[in-house]
Design a protein around this ligand. Structure first.
Ligand SMILES: C[S@@+](CC[C@H](N)C(=O)[O-])C[C@H]1O[C@@H](n2cnc3c(N)ncnc32)[C@H](O)[C@@H]1O
Length: 289
């Protein structure tokens, strides 16, 4: 598989970062949507441990109106609905949203920008975002606060200590991006540092803030499948813009070959931090005596 050299794709290659808030959210689909079916079937399913763990900690259940922000291809919404919640979601990639809607025909899934959620104040009981909000997009947390009811629960995840993660190898091919994109990626993951997410949530008006470790493991059938799954992500697109798709796939495949274990899948456990919190309730008025 190679990148073709059509005019449209050269425009895509020269697009600025697909991840930061600094560029229009409409550019995000260039990277995240280009292999939406691969992302939905080869990458997102491995995140299920993370989704189940956060839903469990938030007590997601029947009657909860839940929104998943930066919902990708909608597996987390589907799992929340399986627990009885009413699902909603938003993502900037229209091609990922198409898959999310296919998985969640009864849910309210919208294409849009997480910095301007197109829902009224106090529309939801629970909000989640799985590695969708980063150090570069803090304003999305204030939006989540606005759309939650008083007492509403929030759960956000971000990468934790990547260098200490046994599966850090699986993210290494992203480092083939150019230096500006790598700087942006570093700013993004800064939200996982101790104290940073807690401060942001507190500044946005959340209380009962808790930092937790979230189980996260990617598994792949073989090195080729690993490379294909990884290539479907936004950060891979940033690397591909720099080195080309063929070189990206070749480097990722080679790297994974060294980790093949007989009779077992490739396995990459990665540190993920979860921030859980609640929107404060207004103080009860004292009854007049
Ligand atoms: C790391 S992926 C996470 C996707 C999904 N939550 C998951 O668990 O797989 C980041 C997601 O953020 C979305 N995204 C990036 N910028 C956005 C924005 N400004 N508004 C809404 N979604 C955005 C991307 O399209 C992508 O689906």
């Amino acid at each position: 598989m190679t990148i073709d050299s059509s005019a449209e794709n050269s425009r895509e290659r020269s697009a600025p970062t697909v991840l930061g808030a600094a560029v229009g959210w409409k550019m995000v689909d260039l990277g995240w949507g280009r292999s939406a079916v691969d992302f939905a079937t080869l990458s997102e399913p491995s995140n299920c441990r993370e989704y189940v763990s956060v839903h469990h900690r938030l007590g997601v259940g029947a009657g909860d109106r839940l929104i998943d922000v930066a919902c990708g291809s909608g597996l987390a919404v589907e799992l929340a609905r399986a627990r009885g919640a009413t699902g909603a979601g938003i993502d900037a990639s229209h091609r990922l949203v198409a898959v999310a809607r296919d998985r969640n025909p009864d849910a309210d899934i919208r294409v849009g920008d997480m910095h301007a959620l197109p829902w009224d104040d106090a529309s939801f009981d629970v909000a989640t975002s799985f590695r969708g909000i980063w150090g570069t997009t803090p304003a999305a947390v204030a939006e989540i606060h606005r759309v939650l009811v008083p007492g509403g629960r929030v759960g956000l995840t971000v990468w934790g200590h990547l260098k200490m993660s046994p599966g850090a190898w699986a993210l290494a091919p992203f480092r083939m991006a150019d230096s500006a994109r790598l700087e942006n990626q570093a700013a993004m993951v800064s939200l996982g540092r101790p104290g940073v997410g807690e401060d942001l949530l507190a500044r946005c008006g959340f209380v009962d803030i808790e930092r937790v470790d979230v189980p996260f493991v990617w598994e792949f059938a073989d090195p080729e499948m690993f490379a294909r799954a990884l290539a479907s992500t936004g950060p891979a697109y940033e690397a591909i813009q720099n080195v080309g798709e063929e070189a990206f796939l070749e480097a990722a495949t080679q790297q994974a070959r060294e980790l093949v274990r007989d009779g077992l899948p490739l396995r990459a456990g990665i540190a993920v931090v979860g921030y859980l919190a609640r929107k404060s309730q207004p103080r009860q008025q004292k009854a007049a005596t």
